[in-house]
Write a protein that binds this ligand. Structure first.
Ligand SMILES: [Zn+2]
Length: 123
């Protein structure tokens, strides 16, 4: 029983609500990521829509971007911020000065958006 509880907390169940968010995410996130990549000259390999409680998005060294389906709960400018953040990791894998300079160039108010994003919890 305890084990089951822990598993549920790590990997939330596929409730109808999650499935609804997943289809919305699959409808709106891929075209938006493509548009932002085109606008700023980024090339990524593959986009996957994921359901997890550890991050809004991630980027692999192979150039794959993962976006959390919970992004659909956010206002559009915060969705864009997460996508731009992950696109910048295609060129700078860490959070060093070069990464921040790049992020600043594609999203000048990224600090304000990062602050606003902290108001939203992943669950
Ligand atoms: Zn990052």
């Amino acid at each position: 029983m305890f084990f089951y509880f822990r598993r549920r907390r790590r990997r939330p169940a596929n409730t109808p609500e999650i499935e609804r968010m997943r289809s919305e995410a699959q409808r709106i996130l891929p075209p938006r990521l493509q548009e932002l990549a085109r606008q700023h000259g980024f090339t990524y390999h593959q986009l996957r829509i994921k359901h997890n409680v550890s991050n809004w998005g991630s980027c692999s060294v192979k150039g794959n971007i993962n976006l959390n389906l919970h992004l659909v709960r956010l206002p559009a400018e915060l969705q864009d911020y997460v996508m731009l953040h992950e696109l910048c990791h295609l060129r700078e894998m860490n959070h060093g000065p070069k990464f921040h300079a790049l992020l600043e160039s594609v999203c000048p108010d990224h600090r304000k958006r990062a602050q606003a994003l902290r108001e939203y919890k992943l669950y």
